[in-house]
Design a protein around this ligand. Structure first.
Ligand code: ADP
Length: 838
């Protein structure tokens, strides 16, 4: 039986049930009303009849007549009981057998004409409608007729039963008709529903059920045609999905093959920082297995540098386009087996808007690193190998030139013109040899410098600096050069500028380079060094009145070996490396450098450096003053001062020997550390020049042993070598001069050391102790003053003392150092400043 059929059947039964019962109830109610009215009317009529017929008998006291009268009415349909009572309420006659119920006896007769109807319940007898009528207005008594309600119910029940039977018969007939009708409608519908279910299950071979031409038939045919179209659509779709799936699989396999065969390691971290994709190269690089990486956080699976990179990329929160600042982060990571890798992390959106992840690519740069190290080592070795012969070539060329000028030229003053011209030619050629030798030296230095900077192996000694002091140093150094060309060189850097964090030597190099170029290329006019605060940066300008630079060359000149103008026709005046080195240095300090020039009216080289915030300026590192150069040579003619020259290279030994002999020293030579120790002990030199890299005992070891020896401990030592700042600091020497040796610098250094040694020996170097309490709280533990120590508590006194020419050491407690212009203090010649910890 179909669902529709069942539902309709239930509905019909319900409707019929409700209708039948409703009708029956209504009919019963109406019948009850009608019958009750009829019973009351009947009761009234009987009561009236008895009331009219009974007065005489009542008055006469003929109870039997009254009884006979009422007995006649007892047979009338519906009458339950009849009773007559006299005026005092005594029941004179009644129809009850055997006795009248107590509830009805003893009721006094009502006075008046009216009749009364009331419902009465008699225990054990049932319910009655009692009609009471007065006899002779109650004076003779009263008649009461009880109409039995059971009769009403009996009639009603019979009527309702008949009605229900009729309804049931009608319902049965209706059901038969319904069955026939609904069956004819639902059968095709059920068949159609089965067909639809098959179509739903993609059974497009199912046969369309046979239906008529009614609405169900129309529906069936429509469904049939839809099923046909659906079959076509599904088959097309299935084919397309199969094609796409195949392509997707191919593409995935292709991508997977690329990832698996990548030489670089690939790691994809999901939004929670867990490894969701990686390739075999990555596992091999870190010596991990798949199980050790899959689904793990980078911090648990990889070395700390890698974990830190992933965390930093995730924390950057940047997911911007490639090329945006901060988008890519890089770090060097240690690989399994001691190799080095370069990891590059990129934050990306993996899918949708809210899922971000990190992609890390790791490249094994062990070989590149090694090549880089070898390159730097090669350049450094080549430079060293070039410097050593250069020292002799340049040194001897200078000596020959000097001796030629001092001895040969005067002797040739009287010579014939041909000899004189020849001598002139020799002097000019010597000048060229010296100039080119110096250029070659500069080139070697620059190549080494730029190679070190580009490979990141340069040492940077960063400290807070006053740019005014740095510029001052450079300007003083370049002043003789400018003066020789008749140029005005002015330092206009205000000392009030904020400090910068930088490497003093390197910044001096930038200033010297720019000022040197300006002087070199300017024929007449002036060179100005200016600086001003420009937002958070200091803008430095080196301006000249030279020929200027063509617009096309302004950027080109910062490239290595590039020079402005036509270098084929014009002889280059430099190495072409100065500006690239400046750019490296400035950029390493977080600044920018560029050149400006308009219409041949001079050039301006400008660079910026980030200014340090004024609030938290650290104590500036105080540059050690250059060794003081005495006005006159210290030795007397009788006893020459003894210098020991230690170098493994014969040419260098010869050159230095000539240099010192010419300057009036007594010279001894040693080829290595062991010889140096022996000569030092037996000969007692007053100063030693020491090469560091020598076969056998090297310079470092020799210095260590000299410092340990009782007799040799205090001999001043100058390192003359190709040394890095670190090596120089570690060597324990008193000073260092870089090869190829600048004669004047070496002689000045040696003189300065001998001077200082003498002063120390005499205990003459004085000290100033600057503190708010006059030096009482400054513990002697922190300083040693070989000379006289003076305590000062007023800043004004301090300045007055140093301005008056004080030369010695100034001790400043760190807390006072913040308020003091240390840059200015350090700039006083002969003043050392030492910051004492609080
Ligand atoms: P070098 O000066 O040793 O040749 P640099 O890198 O310092 O190397 O300079 C590159 C070139 O830039 C110079 O050769 C010169 O052509 C040009 N240049 C630099 N400074 C100036 C200047 N102040 N005026 C004109 N040209 C300059």
């Amino acid at each position: 039986m179909s669902k529709i059929f069942r539902k309709t059947l239930v509905a019909i039964i319900l409707v019929f049930g409700v209708a039948a019962n409703g009708t029956a109830l209504l009919s019963a109610w109406l019948l009850h009303r009608h019958l009750t009215g009829e019973y009351v009317t009947k009761g009234r009529a009987i009561a009236m009849a008895i009331a009219a017929a009974s007065p005489d008998a009542l008055v006469a006291g003929d109870d039997a007549s009254v009884q006979a009268l009422i007995d006649e009415f007892l047979h009338i349909d519906g009458v339950g009981y009849v009773l007559v009572a006299d005026r005092r309420g005594r029941v004179v006659a009644h129809t009850f057998v055997p006795a009248i119920p107590a509830a009805l006896s003893g009721q006094e007769a009502r006075r008046g004409e009216g009749m009364a109807v009331e419902a009465v319940r008699l225990d054990g007898l049932g319910d009655y409608l009692q009609v009471s009528a007065p006899i002779l207005a109650g004076e003779a008594g009263q008649v009461r007729v009880g109409m039995d309600k059971a009769g009403i119910w009996r009639v009603m029940r019979g009527a309702v039963m008949q009605q229900e039977g009729l309804m049931l018969a009608m319902m049965f007939v209706a059901l038969l008709v319904f069955y026939a009708l609904v069956g004819s409608v639902t059968r095709p519908l059920v068949a159609l529903a089965g067909y639809a279910v098959k179509i739903r299950d993609h059974d497009f071979t199912a046969r369309l059920p046979a239906t008529g031409n009614d609405e169900v038939g129309v529906l069936a045919r429509a469904m049939g045609s839809m099923a046909g179209q659906l079959a076509l659509l599904v088959s097309d779709l299935t084919r397309a999905v199969a094609d796409t799936t195949r392509e997707l699989k191919d593409s995935l396999a292709h991508t997977r093959a690329i990832i698996d065969n990548l030489a670089d390691g690939l790691l994809v971290l999901d939004a929670r920082g867990r490894a969701s994709l990686f390739n075999p190269a990555l596992l091999a690089m870190f010596g991990l297995t798949e199980a050790e990486v899959a689904g793990r956080a980078a911090s648990r699976a990889f070395p700390p540098a890698m974990a830190a990179l992933a965390a930093s990329a995730a924390a950057s929160g940047r997911c911007g386009p490639v090329g945006e600042e901060g988008h890519v982060q890089a770090a060097e990571v240690r690989l399994a087996g001691g190799g080095t890798g370069k990891a590059v992390a990129t934050r990306v959106r993996l899918a949708g808007e809210d899922r971000e992840g990190t992609i890390i690519l790791v490249r094994d740069i062990t070989v590149e690193k090694e090549v880089d190290r070898m390159k730097t080592e090669f350049i450094s070795t080549v430079s060293h190998e070039l410097r050593t012969p250069l020292t002799s070539v340049l040194g001897f060329a200078k000596i020959i030139r000097r001796k030629f000028a001092d001895l040969v030229a005067p002797a040739l003053a009287e010579a014939d013109p041909r000899t004189w011209r020849g001598a002139q030619q020799i002097r000019e050629n010597l000048d060229i040899i010296v100039a080119e030798g110096e250029r070659l030296t500069e080139l070697v230095d620059d190549v080494l410098d730029i190679a070190k900077m580009e490979s990141g192996r340069c040492e940077w000694n960063m400290a807070a600096l006053s740019l005014a002091e740095v510029a001052d140093h450079a300007v003083k150094a370049a002043t003789p050069l400018a003066a020789r060309k008749g140029l005005v060189l002015a330092n206009q850097v205000p000392p009030t500028l904020p400090l910068v964090l930088g490497d003093r030597d390197r910044l001096v190099q930038v200033f010297l380079n720019l000022i040197g170029n300006a002087v070199k290329f300017t024929a007449t006019g002036r060179v100005d060094v200016e600086a001003a605060l420009d937002g958070p940066e200091i803008l430095v300008t080196v301006r000249d009145t030279g020929p200027g630079i063509a617009a096309g060359d302004l950027e080109r000149i910062f490239e290595k070996f590039k020079q402005a103008g036509d270098t084929l026709t014009e002889k280059p005046k430099g190495t072409g490396l100065g500006l690239p080195i400046c750019r490296q240095i400035v950029e390493r300090h977080g600044g920018r450098i560029w050149a400006e020039s308009e219409g041949g009216a001079g050039s301006a080289f400008r660079f910026t450096l980030p200014a340090m915030p004024l609030g938290d300026r650290p104590l500036p590192a105080c540059p050690l003053p250059a060794a003081a150069i005495p006005a006159a040579s210290p030795e007397d003619e009788a006893g020459k001062r003894r210098i020991l020259v230690v170098d493994d290279d014969l040419s260098v030994r010869r050159y230095l020997e000539t240099l010192f002999l010419d300057d009036g020293y007594a010279v001894a030579l040693a080829r290595n550390g062991a010889e140096a120790l022996a000569v030092a002990e037996s000969w007692g030199p007053e100063c030693i020049t020491m090469d560091l890299r020598m076969p056998g005992m090297d310079g470092k070891e020799a210095i260590r042993r000299l410092r340990a020896g009782e007799a040799t401990r205090d001999i001043p030592i100058v390192v003359v070598s190709v040394v890095s700042n670190r090596e120089r600091a570690e060597s324990g020497a008193d000073a260092a001069v870089v090869k190829p040796v600048d004669q004047e610098a070496l002689l000045a250094t040696v003189r300065g050391l001998l001077e200082g040694h003498d002063a120390d020996a005499a205990g003459a170097r004085p000290c100033l102790i600057y503190s708010r309490d006059g030096g009482r709280k400054v513990s002697r533990r922190f300083f040693v003053c070989p000379g006289e120590a003076t305590s000062l508590s007023e800043e004004a006194d301090l300045w007055r003392t140093v301005e008056a020419g004080f030369q010695g050491t100034v001790f400043v407690p760190a807390t006072l150092g913040h308020d003091l212009d240390l840059g200015r203090l350090c700039a006083f010649p002969g003043v050392h400043v030492i910051i004492i910890p609080d």
